[in-house]
Design a protein around this ligand. Structure first.
Ligand SMILES: *Cc1c(COP(=O)(O)O)cnc(C)c1O
Length: 337
């Protein structure tokens, strides 16, 4: 696979570490490693940075002076897009959909939102259930009428161009595993707009790595999630020049850990945050990586991964924690000695 054929701009610190998690593994009785894509380096890191290397590469090639994207208020994708735009000298406009209904001050102004503003992005908010892609097209047309050359990035950066970032991650992971003599039996991670999983699956299939990927859902029900994934993996493999390498069976999502809905913390997710933080010194976020980890932890406890070596891809998101302080009970941490 020859990714240098595609426009790309370097934004991430790569390769990200592939490390064991000995204390969590002992706790669960399953060997679990972690691919630290929370350490991609751009404005506290995360999975969108890999996608943005290819998306921003295309934006620059097209001569854009402004990028636009959309997501939930605490979108990690928006924050990484704002940082990438700042680094490349482009303007950035973010459209937020209120998907949680939280009117809490930290949720609306802290965490990722604060970082968006520090990176110089302008922001705009819409009610939940709004047609965000249509709203973004309208906003882009308005800016084009003012003379801007606008490059529009879909929510989550999930199109075949963005997914190339995770095709690259699949190559990187296999190469690291080969160097270490590490057999990987399964990769697990949180899935949302599906570019991460579509890219990983396409990359592994194109290499014939024979590493199954399990996406833990954070929003859509299983049939919708898998249809979205398969469609994007199909289009990504066509873009790569290896159409048909991904079969429907390669695309697997478990959506049992979404809870009450997108962006709403779950008990099992909060437990996963505490376990990673207290056993490994690693921060997860309530919206994505905690739900992905919660699924992995529950399946490990149920014996699903017996005798398997699992790699958890940490997709980032801890920058959102400051917007979710209300979800954590930390009163017992204050003591008098
Ligand atoms: C966006 C995001 C995901 C989901 O990745 P997709 O490519 O949208 O499926 C997972 N974790 C975090 C922290 C994210 O920001």
């Amino acid at each position: 696979m020859h990714l240098s054929r595609f426009p790309r701009t370097r934004l991430a610190h790569l390769p990200t570490p592939l490390e064991p998690m000995p204390r969590l593994s002992k706790e669960l009785g399953v060997e679990i490693w972690i691919k630290r894509d929370d350490c991609t380096g751009l404005s506290t890191g995360g999975n969108k940075t890999r996608k943005l290397e290819f998306l921003m590469g295309e934006a620059l090639e097209q001569g854009a002076d402004m990028v636009m994207t959309q997501g939930a208020t605490q979108t990690n994708h928006g924050r990484q897009t704002a940082a990438a735009a700042a680094k490349l000298g482009l303007a950035c406009h973010l459209l937020f959909e209120d998907r949680t209904g939280y009117n809490n001050a930290n949720y609306n102004n802290n965490g990722n939102v604060l970082l968006d503003h520090l990176h110089g992005a302008t922001t705009q908010k819409f009610p939940g259930g709004h047609d965000m892609p249509a709203e973004m097209e309208r906003a882009a047309e308005r800016k084009r009428a003012e003379g801007h050359k606008v490059y529009v990035i879909p929510g989550g950066g999930s199109n075949p161009t963005g997914a190339l970032g995770y095709v690259n991650c699949a190559f990187e992971m296999v190469s690291q595993a080969n160097d270490m003599g590490l057999r990987i039996d399964r990769v697990v991670h949180a899935t949302g707009s599906s570019g991460t999983q579509a890219g990983l699956v396409t990359g592994f299939c194109a290499m014939n790595a024979q590493i199954p990927v399990l996406g833990i859902g954070t929003r859509a029900p299983r049939p919708k999630q898998e249809d979205m994934l398969f469609s994007l993996a199909t289009r990504t493999s066509e873009k790569l020049g290896c159409p048909g390498v991904v079969t429907r069976e390669d695309v697997v999502a478990n959506t049992d850990y979404v809870g009450d809905g997108y962006g709403l913390p779950t008990e099992s997710g909060l437990e996963a945050i505490r376990m990673f933080a207290e056993l490994e010194g690693i921060l997860l976020d309530p919206c994505y990586s905690a739900k992905g980890a919660a699924g992995m932890i529950d399946l490990a406890r149920k014996g699903t991964f017996k005798d398997q070596r699992i790699v958890f891809v940490h997709t980032g998101g801890a920058a959102a924690l400051g917007g979710y302080d209300f979800a954590f009970d930390t009163a017992n941490a204050w003591v008098e000695l």
